[in-house]
Design a protein around this ligand. Structure first.
Ligand SMILES: NC(=O)c1ccc[n+]([C@@H]2O[C@H](COP(=O)([O-])OP(=O)(O)OC[C@H]3O[C@@H](n4cnc5c(N)ncnc54)[C@H](O)[C@@H]3O)[C@@H](O)[C@H]2O)c1
Length: 135
């Protein structure tokens, strides 16, 4: 079994024929991961709570010729996750990779503990802790 270091497959084709789901793909790290997967020719399913930006990102990545679709998903809403999973099962059938990247990250990381109010604490726990395993 080749490792990434000795895999003879050309780098650009390593994900050809594979389907990868990236959560939180509208921007930031998730978008960068999606762009790299597209460079490696993966078929992509992107999701995010930011619907307009997510659709823009998917459209931009789709210009490279890979198959990509966007689905709005709110990790704070269990039924939203369930509906997304059902749509992937129906449309993609199976997936080969899941990048569980979505989280409340911006303006949270690095904040002093005493500066995090209870409302923000609850939102972070709801999305980052409760929201990611069901995906
Ligand atoms: N940027 C860093 O230096 C860094 C360092 C360590 C870990 N990370 C991790 O990388 C991941 C991405 O971080 P980032 O820096 O790109 O932050 P970001 O805020 O730019 O991206 C996070 C994405 O998650 C989405 N998201 C937030 N809440 C959501 C919800 N309820 N449902 C669906 N999507 C939701 C946002 O809309 C956004 O597109 C996070 O898991 C973060 O913890 C980032």
């Amino acid at each position: 079994m080749p490792t990434p270091a000795n895999d003879p497959t050309p780098h650009a084709d390593r994900l050809a024929g594979r389907t990868v789901v990236v959560t939180g793909a509208a921007r930031g790290v998730g978008r960068a991961i999606a762009e790299e997967c597209a460079r490696q020719r993966a078929r992509l399913v992107l999701c995010d709570v930011l619907e307009d930006l997510g659709r823009e990102t998917a459209a931009a990545i789709g210009k490279s010729g890979v198959q990509v679709r966007f689905a709005p998903v709110d990790l704070a809403e269990p039924q939203s996750i369930t509906a997304f999973a059902a749509s992937v099962a129906q449309e993609e059938g199976c997936i080969h990779g899941l990048v569980n990247n979505a989280a409340i990250a911006t303006l949270v990381g690095g904040a002093a503990f005493e500066d995090i109010d209870l409302g923000l604490w609850d939102r972070v726990m709801t999305v980052n802790v409760r929201g990611t395993p069901p995906v």
